[in-house]
Design a protein around this ligand. Structure first.
Ligand code: DC
Length: 223
């Protein structure tokens, strides 16, 4: 089995790049951030504080997550409801970052994620894929870009969707999420020692895609 682990901070373009590359190379794309987002969404809907470890842990037994591929795209359902679009909201991203700091939440998702890589070739993205989930991945990539570059991309994305966005708020949210994701005690965001660093600050989407594709193809050929 081939497994490609792609980690990095929010807004580095991981999921857009990984989704397209997986489709092109015939791997299953696993967006682990969406799983944390579904738990964040559930906590918000239940009126629980996403930052409260006990309150969130108490919700886990009632959560059933299902990832499936439909017409080449990954759909995520939460207790039978398709939440693929709902989990993309900004507020849900912040809740996801908060719930992802709780050990019970990470343990809840770990086996599901490992199980997916056991039976099929995967391209999995997240924060701790190379360090915790798939320590023996065929290839580990740490995909990053300067916070200002990530904020500019996020702003363009929001504006393209017609959502009003303020540049300072977008940058502040990215910095806050970086801080939360890199400073938590359990499975913090960090580059695995054997990961290849891909910094896309000065690259556009097509250049980033080409660089990532070359890395993956080389690793798969060496298998
Ligand atoms: O990649 P994303 O923005 O969809 O992820 C949402 C949050 O989930 C992010 O702030 C950190 C958390 N996350 C994590 O802790 N571990 C992962 N493997 C993936 C995401």
């Amino acid at each position: 089995m081939i497994s490609i682990a792609i980690d990095g901070p929010s807004g580095a373009g991981k999921s857009t790049l990984a989704r397209r590359l997986a489709a092109e190379l015939g791997y299953v794309y696993v967006d682990t951030g969406a799983m944390y987002r579904a738990i964040g969404l559930y906590a918000l809907r239940q009126g629980a504080d996403p930052a409260d470890p006990d309150a969130v842990a108490a919700l886990l037994p009632a959560i059933r997550l299902q990832l499936r591929c439909q017409a080449g795209a990954q759909r995520l359902s939460l207790n039978g409801e398709d939440v693929t679009e709902a989990v993309r909201a900004e507020q849900v991203g912040m809740a996801a970052s908060a719930v992802s700091a709780h050990p019970a939440v990470r343990a809840f998702l770990l086996e599901t994620q490992r199980g997916m890589a056991r039976s099929q070739d995967v391209l999995m993205d997240g924060r701790d894929i190379g360090t915790v989930v798939l320590p023996n991945a065929t290839l580990k990539v740490f995909l990053t870009a300067a916070p200002e570059a990530r904020a500019a991309r996020r702003l363009a994305e929001l504006r393209a969707k017609g959502e009003p966005a303020d540049p300072d708020t977008v940058l502040a949210d990215i910095l806050r999420r970086d801080e939360q994701d890199t400073h938590r005690a359990v499975a913090p965001l960090r580059q695995a020692p054997d990961a290849v660093l891909l910094d896309t600050t000065a690259l556009d989407f097509e250049q980033s895609f080409a660089a990532l594709k070359t890395l993956v193809q080389r690793a798969a050929a060496g298998q």
